[in-house]
Design a protein around this ligand. Structure first.
Ligand SMILES: [Zn+2]
Length: 317
């Protein structure tokens, strides 16, 4: 491989934002963020991506068909062998019937890889980031939903139906809880995720007297804002979410025996508010007689999915 320039295209389809990266030898050379419109059709979003990619490559003087491959990360269950989206969970519902491999070949003349987004993120952190020194790691990414991934003894865990380790957002944390997008109820995502937060906040007693009632957008950033001002309503809700995330982390630790837990996603912008209580809970609740699991925030939270895809493209050649 020495001396060969390895260029690749990596696309993180995302629930809220689509990220596009042009990478050269594991370094992001160009990067764009687009609205994901994931309630719409994947076919429509791909037309937007195609236009953007040709614009980006022209600017950099790249011939796209000379790249080594194109990688897609998808926020749902995928089969990386057949390169098919298996289950969409409300995002790009035409995904399972869309022939992504054929599209990549037709439009760019390139081979492609498809991976679950949390798997790609952990793979990126394992190759280039905070999990580099560890051969057993789990990731929890707090974005629109909650993604999880597992590397066990140096290998990405996939399972018989490609859903091992990646469904931690649907660990059941409330057995009589509210309905989830996955078809179940009381999942970690319904108790403490960005998409569920507005309903959680509005149905909590005291909401109408709280600062959040004045906010036009209820999300974790507005929750942090009021918690930092010392408001009791916001602080109690935030701590409740941290307790749920801690339960999810402990479940991952008990199931997969990692040395390190990587926390990632946009919600971790509040890491200073989250980490002290999360670490304390995990220390108290995890049964790890060998010692303490490290908890680290992703080194490349914006790019780890793209870096993971870049490595997967190389591995699949
Ligand atoms: Zn669920």
């Amino acid at each position: 491989m020495k001396g060969i320039t390895m260029n690749s295209i990596a696309i993180d389809l995302g629930g809220t934002h689509t990220k596009i990266g042009l990478l050269e030898n594991g370094v992001i050379k160009d990067f764009r963020t687009l609205e994901a419109y994931s309630t719409g059709r994947l076919a429509d979003q791909l037309q937007v991506i195609e236009k953007e990619l040709f614009g980006m490559s022209e600017k950099r003087g790249w011939q796209l068909n000379e790249c080594r491959g194109i990688g897609f990360a998808y926020p749902g269950i995928v089969n990386p062998k057949t390169k098919k989206i298996v289950s969409a969970s409300g995002k790009y519902t035409d995904g399972p019937s869309f022939d992504l491999e054929n599209w990549c070949s037709k439009v760019f003349g390139l081979p492609m890889v498809l991976e679950n987004d949390a798997n790609a993120a952990l793979f990126g952190e394992h190759q280039y980031g905070c999990a580099k020194e560890y051969d057993s790691a789990v990731l929890m990414t707090l974005g629109t939903g909650i993604g999880t991934a597992v590397i066990m003894e140096g290998k990405l865990l996939r399972g018989k139906h490609f859903q091992a380790g990646c469904l931690g957002g649907h660990f059941i944390t409330s057995i009589h809880g509210t309905k989830c997008l996955c078809g179940g109820a009381g999942c970690l995502e319904t108790d403490a995720s960005t998409w569920a937060l507005p309903d959680i906040v509005r149905s909590t007693p005291g909401f109408f007297q709280s600062g959040l009632a004045k906010e036009s957008v209820i999300d974790f950033l507005s929750l942090y804002n009021w918690a930092e001002r010392g408001e009791r309503f916001a602080t109690t809700l935030l701590n409740q979410c941290i307790d749920y995330w801690s339960a999810g982390v402990v479940d991952l630790i008990h199931a997969y025996d990692p040395e390190i837990v990587v926390m990632s996603g946009g919600v971790m912008k509040g890491q200073d508010l989250i980490l002290p209580l999360l670490s304390q809970n995990v220390r108290q609740w995890a049964w790890t007689p060998w010692g303490e699991v490290r908890i680290k925030v992703a080194e490349h939270p914006e790019y780890s999915v793209l870096l993971g895809l870049h490595t997967l493209i190389e591995e699949n050649r």
